[in-house]
Design a protein around this ligand. Sequence first.
Ligand code: BG6
Length: 467
Amino acid sequence: MFPNNFYWGASSSAFQIEGAWNEDGKGLTVADYNSFKKSNKQADTKVASDFYHRYKEDIQLMKELGLKMYRFSISWARIFPEGDGKVNEKGIDFYNDVIDELIANNIEPFITLYHFDLPFSLVEKYNGWASYKTTEAFVNYAETCYKAFGDRVKKWQINNEQNLMVRVNERMNIYDAKGEEAERLRVIMDHQMFLAYAKSSKLCKQLVEGGSVGPSISATVTYPATNKPEDVMSAIWNNRLKTDYCIDTHVNGAYPNYYLEYLKETNRMPNISEEDVVSLSESVVDFITVNYYRTLTSRHLPVDANHFKGEKIEGFNIVDYNMYGYWEILKNENLKESEYGAQIDPSGLRIALNDYWNKYKKPLIITENGLGTADNLVDDKVHDGYRIDYIKSHLLAIEDAIRDGVDVFGYNVWSIIDILSSHQGFKKRYGLVYIDRTDFDEKDLRRIPKDSYYWYQDVIKSNGQNL
Ligand code: BG6
């Protein structure tokens, strides 16, 4: 049974749907920059799903769907084209219009301040998150948003998946550094993002009346490949160093000891001043937002004569890397995988929700969960029963978690409309609504609700009874 006030929602992010990448004063972002490098292979951020020009039509579709919540991100570079400096009023106007339109249609806006799209100017000026200047710029940007939108927007997510973003070189604009130099830089950037979180979450409480704020994490649930104690420990380490250290730091306001020990042992410890320690301790977590797509399986990966403890090598993919002395990721033969290799595992969501609830006792909301795959448009219809199966099985797992006693207050499908996927463009689709375009042909960008849209509409109407 889902609670009566359960937030049935859907998600998106600015660079993946808005388009209008340089319109009305918006500045270049890291997400734009990286997407332009792949313009000859797939769609880029220039038009994406054209939400910037079609938000009214899209919000009507959200209303007909019955959404109670829409989780989306603000493009920092629309508000501050240079990352810091002068505010771009047209950017403020755009998000005011979106927020007002949502509220007029009884949909609660839930804002992410930063979803992988750092203003590129901050890379040029300060090497992005390598510098405290970027932290200051972020806090100033957050303050501007709280003041501009906080009278109507009460739920805030500071950034999207800091724990996953930091693992991806192109998202962190780590272009030249290699090996240990890159690893040390990554930890410094992560540290600045922790400071940015702590400072801006504190500010949210001061500036937004009745506001609540929380971090977002990409959930890692790891199964040990065998019952050998070192394999069990490898799974614990994979969870710790890919996800848990991040929530622990936000919730407890300090780095956990296991993480500090790991940083010392691998010689990756960043500079942490006394002032930083105080700032981190002021971090506020009202709720935890969980993005969940899949589970992992691991076994211990011993060091040998050619590899040192902490040495990283690519595993399944960049984000699911292996690390000597800690873990190696293996395929779980008991699970089916998506066309793009994600091991589909609804039970893993129940495990994650129970784990986070038991450890942190903070209300939880799923801000992303969905299936990325190709869809076929036939006679103006998309029969995506596979997506319905995916979402349904995950909702049943959430219901189980709620029955277990976990406080879950909402679920947002990723994504409301088809979005630009970073590595597969429009070949890989997540939306409840089909966008009629391909990577290289923008066609008419028509919006066509898929079967999953109508199915979700019924789920919402019945408050989850008709799953
Ligand atoms: C999440 C991100 O990690 O994964 C989204 O927050 C992203 O932005 C989603 O779209 C799916 O990943 P991908 O690479 O399939 O688009």
